[in-house]
Design a binder for this molecule. Structure first.
Ligand SMILES: C[S@@+](CC[C@H](N)C(=O)[O-])C[C@H]1O[C@@H](n2cnc3c(N)ncnc32)[C@H](O)[C@@H]1O
Length: 324
């Protein structure tokens, strides 16, 4: 019985979401019918019978309109999870929308503040120095890159969404040791092997299918130089904070259709398995609730390949999006 009701609510929610005009139209139809009956001086019993559903429809309309306004992001229910570029381009239509999509922030100052714990983790755990060429996969609007670039030799931001990268280019116009690369699909075919000293993915794996998570960790291994480091994180479903985020989503999305960008969390064991299977050594996990952060190292002695670093020497500030 409860299950049947939940299914009806679920179907109704999908219909209303796809036809947002429907509650208003139903309310209007009831009111027009009631007014017509009044004009035609119909039996009072008919008027009363129609007035009650009109009031209920008006109440439901108001309730639905409020619920839709409270929704932060478009449902994008016509897209599947792996349609990454379509999904993230839709979420990054304007700069303000992209602020909300990458970190739930409203303005530049709070966006910059929100990046600080991750920048600190990268400096302390991945031991980034002025000698390192660094790659972020899924860089968004360079929330982290803009703050991290002064601490490394070069910073490259790669993302599958051209809209995110357009906003990133705008935010990076004062930086000179940065570049942005638009990825053609899942993978890093745009970069030759052994191009970077550090690769990181933050606040990003939760939006990916598990096999695509693995694909990026394996690709990171390929593009890292010997002795290169990787850092990646996801919300840890085993932590209390991570579980409560999961449980809230599970409750809310019993009724609403699950959107393609909906976060899916990890266990530390899953993340460590990717690093180990990709061939990394010294794999360790740091639990910073709600996230688990994995750090690992590629075997070998440090070797430098300064192609992009040489280009950076004497370069003007600013960057544009490279589409290779
Ligand atoms: C929540 S945002 C985080 C951005 C950035 N890492 C940060 O913390 O500010 C997730 C980013 O991952 C990107 N993304 C989603 N799927 C991707 C994929 N398959 N390959 C590369 N980037 C992807 C999105 O375009 C978006 O910019």
């Amino acid at each position: 019985m409860t299950r049947g009701l939940a299914t009806i609510r679920h179907q109704a929610a999908i219909i209303v979401r796809d036809h947002r005009w429907l509650p208003g139209l139903v309310t209007l139809a009831f009111f027009v019918a009631t007014v017509l009956l009044l004009i035609l001086r119909a039996d009072w019993w008919w008027e009363a019978t129609l007035l009650a559903p009109s009031l209920i429809a008006a109440f439901a309309w108001g309730y639905i309109a409020r619920a839709m306004r409270a929704e932060k992001f478009p449902p994008l229910s016509h897209l599947r999870r792996r349609q990454y570029s379509e999904t993230w381009n839709a979420l990054a239509g304007s700069l303000a929308e992209s602020f909300a999509a990458v970190a739930g922030q409203r303005d530049e100052a709070s966006l910059r503040r929100s990046s600080l714990p991750t920048v600190r983790n990268l400096l302390e755990m991945a031991l980034i120095t002025q000698h390192d060429d660094v790659l972020e996969i899924g860089c968004g609007i360079a929330r982290i890159g803009r703050e991290l670039a002064p601490y490394c030799r070069t910073w490259t931001g790669a993302d599958i969404s051209s809209s995110m990268l357009t906003h990133a280019a705008d935010r990076l116009r004062e930086s000179f040791n940065v570049r942005l690369v638009c990825l053609k699909g899942v993978g890093l075919s745009e970069f030759p092997e052994q191009s970077f000293d550090v690769v990181y993915l933050t606040n990003m794996l939760m939006h990916l299918d598990e096999m695509d998570r693995w694909a990026y960790v394996a690709e990171a291994f390929r593009v890292l130089r010997p002795a290169g480091r990787i850092l990646f994180d996801n919300v840890d479903i085993e932590s209390d904070a991570g579980w409560s985020m999961f449980a809230n989503d599970a409750k809310r999305y019993q009724v609403w259709e699950r959107p393609p960008y909906m976060p899916r969390y990890s266990t530390a064991a899953e993340l460590m398995a990717y690093a180990k299977r990709a061939g990394f050594e010294e794999v360790s996990v740091h639990r910073r609730p709600p996230v688990a952060i994995v750090i690992a190292r590629k075997n070998g002695a440090r070797k430098s390949n300064p192609a992009f670093a040489a280009e950076v020497e004497g370069r003007e500030a600013g960057t544009s999006v490279l589409r290779q």
